[in-house]
Design a protein around this ligand. Structure first.
Ligand SMILES: [Cu+2]
Length: 136
């Protein structure tokens, strides 16, 4: 059995011409791995907004890092409860994308409703998915 790994996602306040985003915005991990959302200031508040069936939602305290163990396969979408209006969100794929169609449908509605800025920030993730269809 492979050892569970711990991955890191950072909340970035400002870099070059971009502000308020997670890095990496897309992360692929194996079931049982953990993700640490590293948050130092600016009241970032990572929270899940879409998860596979049977998985658990998470929500950090304002301005606090949080570690999440991801045991269910599928696509997870998360954002910063405080800056999601600025498009501060990301996607994690755990194992195989068993719920990717559901996730993409959710994301379309979610971003129209939630993002006021950087509306196309995560679009490349889903485009890449479309291209890799049939090869998985
Ligand atoms: Cu934030």
């Amino acid at each position: 059995m492979a050892l569970a790994e711990v991955h890191e996602v950072q909340g970035i306040n400002y870099r070059k011409y971009e502000s308020m985003f997670f890095e990496p915005q897309f992360l692929r991990v194996e079931p049982g791995d953990s993700v640490v959302f590293v948050v130092e200031d600016f009241d970032h508040q990572p929270q899940s907004v879409f998860i596979p069936e049977g998985a658990d939602h998470w929500k950090a305290e304002k301005g606090k890092s949080i570690t999440v163990e991801l045991n269910r396969e599928g696509v997870y979408i998360y954002d910063c409860a405080y800056h999601n209006v600025m498009g501060m969100a990301g996607v994690i794929l755990v194992g195989r994308p068993v719920n990717s169609e559901e996730a993409q449908l959710f994301f379309k509605q979610y971003k129209n409703k939630t993002f006021a800025m950087n509306k196309d920030r995560l679009d490349a993730i889903w485009e890449r998915w479309g291209q890799s269809k049939g090869t998985e």
